[in-house]
Design a protein around this ligand. Sequence first.
Ligand SMILES: *Cc1c(COP(=O)(O)O)cnc(C)c1O
Length: 402
Amino acid sequence: MSPQGENTRAVGLPTGPVPAERPVRMPVYRSTTYAFDTSQEYADVLDGVRAGYSYARIDNPTSEAFARALAAMEGGGPDAAVRGQAFASGMAAISTTLLALTSAGSHVVAARSIYGNTYSLLDGLLRRFGVDTDFVDITDLDAVRAAVRTQTAVVFTETLSNPTMTVSDIPGLAEVAAEAGAVLVVDSTFASPAVCRPLEHGADLVVHSATKYIGGHSDATGGAVVGRPEPVAAVRAARIDLGPCLAPDEAFLLHRGLETLPLRMARQCATAAEFAAAVAGHPAVARVDYPGLPGHQGHELAGALFDAGRYGAVVTVTPRGGRAAGMVFADGLRVASIAASLGGTHTLAGHVGSTTHRQLSDEALEAAGIGPAAVRFSIGVEEPADLIEDALAALDRCTSDG
Ligand SMILES: *Cc1c(COP(=O)(O)O)cnc(C)c1O
């Protein structure tokens, strides 16, 4: 054979060796495709006869490592065979799950307080495909029971919902869903497995925006679905067809985030509790929504379902006055940044009425239990005293400005 030309040699440069020793951290596998020794081996991997990797949208070792790690954290009891699937975003995980579990004529019962894009997905896109959703007050189990029908395929809720930090009665909802033959899907983004593991309380599937607490540093976008093997297999099949696979670089960051999730969450929950109690005493404050405070709707439920002493790290502070008072409060903060999202190491704050819930009138906000002046805090890992001093100073400004 004649000597190979320079370009043939260039694209065929050696890639090895693949280390025989187990790397302590999961490497980033960027390769989109894998080479086989024979056509039969390739066919066997595609058919699932043999475990292996063929193409990155189907499976990627780094993304799979993240999904497995999260599944291990979500647990589901000692005998549970819990599986996970990784996604490009939280909405990718949620939309793929809903598409996998429903078909034209299916019915969904969902919490009225769910995340805005989950709401619009159910209320818009999915209705066009013949999937009908009833939105209910998820804290009222009788209302949920009254809403389910024979066609109900999914009951959808959130462990903690935004911005009032409403706690879902997961065991109660699991019972209603089981009676109806529906799958209970719980978005546990605001809790994370370091606060609550819904599978242990009867949920069938848990979905996450890993962009928040799991990544934990506001630098990676991703999502995941975790649960029993059968529904997860259906979600995986839909993921392969729809294509929202998690990129390996993001998977690496999210996998690394899981390592410090319990450490961060313990700190952030403790600071949030201290912060909630301190700001509640300020004369300019009308109301503080935090499940760690006695008197909050979910205080007792959280005590039963959440890890001891952890009530999440989102605190909603409502100053006296209207929308303007809330904006003055948020704009007066110096340690916390005004920004979307939550779950990072840095404290973020946002005036609810002009941002996440801007489409709602004052009356609609009040009907949803949200004051027009409400400011949501995602508490980070800063020194608690610095955050409290910052908020109290901004509240002083709020009072003096009217
Ligand atoms: C952010 C968020 C989502 C969507 O996640 P993305 O990663 O932004 O797609 C879904 N549910 C909840 C509760 C969220 O906070």
